[in-house]
Design a protein around this ligand. Structure first.
Ligand code: GLN
Length: 548
């Protein structure tokens, strides 16, 4: 069977949740035995989002192969339980980079290099790459941005051409749109959808199906109106109502018949859907038995997309414990020795988040100290782990000058530093330790108990490391170096054995947590927080509609 391509565009406004719709469709097709992946095309000029600040872009999602990508790839992995790679995220910057490199290398044989055909050909070759691998029955291609944007045009044109190149019957165009409710008129309005479809059609791409985001159900007359004005069958007008949780969306889309229409239109050989695990997961998050409060200490807390994968991994870890996780967002800049007790008094667990730069660092160190001294389950991720090492060196080992050279270049005790081989890389413009690295766990450690195996692989995104020069001091002070990268002998995990659960990890475990495989460290963290809450009582259960 030839690979089928489903192109998903968005209209009317941004933030309609195209990524979640693509991920939900992907999950539904996988549930029917199909092999599916999703690719995100981002029309911005950055080569990748690695250089963008979290306020602009939210989290940078890192793949096994070390690509810094859009956070939608996180949704794809969590929903589909697949591994994505650099191939799954293409930006305008990358496309132009490649075209300009080819032009400089003389690969265009003296031709004038133009948006059409050279840029569009480059986009097409990126899209076809996944299909040509032979690994997938269906490739879903999410086109970022909103139809009508100037920067989206080359992508729409590339899709228009691709539909002919691979055969129209092998492709499907789905347009995600908004059907707003006008309170003054007391009505749902279809005009924005009509305009958006018309704009798309003017570029030569007419949608086969429409997914309509709406706050209220679409009745038959509205569906008929949309169908008639937008040239689709009424069955191809799919309503997507606001859901309490993103994890409900696949089930809502199935009720609306999104997957069955896609299968029919693309003539896919599909099995009966098996969504048992998914349904059980959604039930667990809707009707939790217990709940815990986790304080998330970070400096981007006003912009929660910056911690997207951590939030989702806490939900996964919570579901595995029948437990709702309420996150208390703590701005690290405002945490001091005097107020830390007050700020974190209610926390059953404390998570110190990843980050870059020195803003809010002392607040993070104080939060670590509080968790350590008060025996509150603690989870430090990347920068959070580095802060836990600094805190331990200062307050337990008595090295008052301990610091990271990221914050204090002149520290006389640089316990966190750039390692010599990394320094060479930095000098030559190389950057961070990115992507998947091995980690060998110390038998008997908490981490080993959680993972249940000795050799694990986790993803990284950082420059600084625990300074090997001071490892002995930490160990003498009682800190256990529970995970080591075998190739480069780098500290990946630290623990404090006398503490109920104190773990710092140099990597990003949140990136690998999925609905069907919640990450073991998040599962254990929530479990320990639940123990600390002591209560975890049925009486503290919230009603389903209050949850999420
Ligand atoms: N800023 C730290 C480093 O570069 C930690 C990075 C992170 O938390 N992702 O090592």
């Amino acid at each position: 069977m030839a690979t089928k391509y489903i192109f998903v565009t968005g209209g009317v406004t941004s933030s309609l949740g195209k990524g979640i719709i693509c991920a939900s469709l992907g999950r539904l097709l996988i549930a029917r035995g199909l092999r599916v992946t999703i690719q995100k095309l981002d029309p911005y000029i950055n080569v990748d989002p690695g250089t963008m600040n979290p306020y602009e872009h939210g989290e940078v999602y890192v793949t096994d192969d070390g690509a810094e990508t859009d956070l939608d790839l996180g949704h794809y992995e969590r929903f589909l339980d697949i591994r994505t790679s650099q191939t799954n995220n293409v930006t305008t910057g990358r496309v132009y980079n490649e075209v300009i490199r080819k032009e400089r290398d003389g690969e265009y044989l003296g031709k004038t290099v133009q948006v059409i055909p050279h840029i569009t050909d480059e986009i097409k070759s990126h899209v076809l790459k996944l299909g040509e691998s032979g690994e997938y029955d269906v490739v879903i291609v999410e086109i970022g941005g909103t139809v009508g944007d100037i920067e989206s045009l080359p992508y729409i044109e590339a899709v228009r051409q691709l539909r002919y190149d691979v055969g129209r019957h092998n492709t499907l165009s789905i347009h995600l749109t908004l059907v707003p409710y006008l309170a003054a008129a007391g009505e749902l309005k279809t005009k924005p959808t009509q305009h958006s479809v018309r704009t798309l059609s003017e570029s030569g791409l007419s949608p086969d199906m429409l997914v309509c985001r709406s706050e209220y159900p679409l009745d038959d007359s509205i569906r008929l109106k949309i169908a008639q004005f937008c040239n689709v069958d009424i069955e191809d007008v799919i309503a997507s109502l606001d859901a309490d949780s993103i994890y409900e969306v696949p089930l809502l889309m199935q009720e609306e018949g999104l997957d069955s229409r896609v299968i029919e239109k693309l003539q896919l050989e599909a099995e009966e859907p098996n969504l048992e695990l998914w349904i059980r997961f959604v039930e667990k998050i809707k009707y939790p038995k217990y709940k815990v409060r986790i304080a998330l200490v970070g400096k981007y807390v006003e912009h929660r997309d910056a911690y997207k994968s951590i939030v989702e991994a806490l939900i996964h870890g919570g579901a595995a414990n029948d437990c709702q996780v309420d996150i208390e967002w703590i701005q690290s800049d405002f945490v001091t020795r005097d107020n830390v007790e007050k700020k974190l008094a209610e926390a059953d667990g404390i998570l110190v988040a990843p980050g870059f730069g020195d803003r809010g660092i002392e607040g993070k160190v104080e939060a670590v100290r509080f968790a350590r001294e008060k025996m509150i389950p603690f989870f430090g991720i990347c920068l959070g782990m580095q802060c836990s090492v600094v805190e331990y060196a200062r307050n337990v080992c008595g090295e008052k000058e301990a610091d990271s050279t990221e914050f204090n270049k002149k520290s006389s005790y640089p316990i966190i530093d750039v390692m010599p081989e990394q320094k060479e890389l930095l000098d030559t413009g190389g950057t961070m330790r990115l992507g998947k690295y091995a980690c060998k766990l110390e038998a008997g450690s908490r981490a080993y108990q959680a993972y249940g195996e000795e050799l694990i692989w986790e993803r990284h995104r950082h420059r600084y490391e625990v300074n090997n020069r001071y490892r002995k001091d930490l160990e003498k002070g009682g800190m256990v170096l529970a995970g080591i990268n075998p190739e480069r002998d780098l500290v990946e995990i630290v623990e404090i054995p006398e503490h109920p659960w104190f773990i710092g990890v140099q990597f990003h475990p949140e990136l690998k947590s999925t609905v069907s495989k919640p990450h073991p460290l998040f599962v254990c963290f929530v479990e320990k927080a639940l123990e600390k809450a002591g209560s975890g009582l049925e009486s503290s259960v919230k009603k389903a509609d209050q949850v999420i």
